[in-house]
Design a protein around this ligand. Structure first.
Ligand code: SAM
Length: 214
């Protein structure tokens, strides 16, 4: 993902109806924000939002929150939302670093968490920043409902193997996993391709996926 600082992106985001602002959110108020009591699913590191927009369209009975760290990337998601023929009242975005996720969501407020093609942070000293580190599983443990699941996809084999270990170390259960999602009929059923998934699978990279719960 190019991280150019697009001029004015913060202003556009500030004025957008699709964005909930980190400083204005209070953990435990997401049902008020959506105006209903439907389940709440989040994608951490949603990029330009292709996956979560398709998911929100497919499941109007759920609410979705797309989390992205960079304004310049979030802006692209806002542009996509503007091009939608029908509005998506069950989807909002928030620009924030997921390190602070426990400040934004209350205990058990989230029904499910999606992580797609998360940044690998290949240096050992940055391992805690990986969205599938035990540090992050600790954060997900707080905000996720008791029977909620984390679903993670990547084409990065070392990151995937690290993540399988993390699930175990964090004391979570590995519900299912595959090293080749697109050739695993059961796990691939209903799969929504992310932007990165389209790009890397078209280059011949197998896609890995894991599902974890506690
Ligand atoms: N999920 C998308 C996909 O599969 O096409 C985008 C993948 S891109 C490689 C990873 C995205 O996660 C980037 O847009 C990055 O800015 C975002 N990201 C990385 N670390 C993050 C964090 N700590 N909090 C929020 N977003 C983060």
């Amino acid at each position: 993902m190019r991280l150019r600082n697009i001029k004015g992106s913060r202003e556009v985001i500030g004025a957008s109806d699709y964005v909930v602002h980190e400083e204005e959110t209070k953990a435990g108020t997401w049902h008020e924000i959506f105006g209903n009591d439907h389940p709440i699913y989040i994608e951490v590191g949603m990029g330009k939002g292709q996956f979560i927009m398709a998911l929100a369209k497919r499941h109007p009975e759920n609410n979705y929150v797309g989390i992205e760290k960079y304004s310049s990337v979030l802006l692209r998601a806002l542009e996509k939302m503007d091009k939608e023929e029908e509005p998506l009242p069950n989807l909002v975005f928030i620009r924030m670093d997921a390190e602070n996720i426990e400040k934004v969501f209350a205990e058990g407020e989230v029904d499910g968490i999606y992580l797609n093609f998360s940044d690998p942070w290949p240096k050992d000293r940055h391992a805690k920043r990986r969205l599938t580190s035990t540090t992050f599983f600790g954060r997900y443990n707080k905000i996720l409902k008791k029977d909620g699941k984390v679903e993670f996809k990547t084409d990065n084999r070392p990151l995937f193997e690290f993540s399988l270990e993390s699930v175990k170390e964090a004391g979570w259960n590995l519900v299912a996993h595959t090293f080749d999602l697109h050739h695993n009929e059961e796990m691939n059923e209903g799969n929504i391709m992310t932007e990165y998934e389209e790009k890397f699978s078209s280059q011949g990279n197998p896609i890995c996926k894991l599902i974890a719960d506690r």
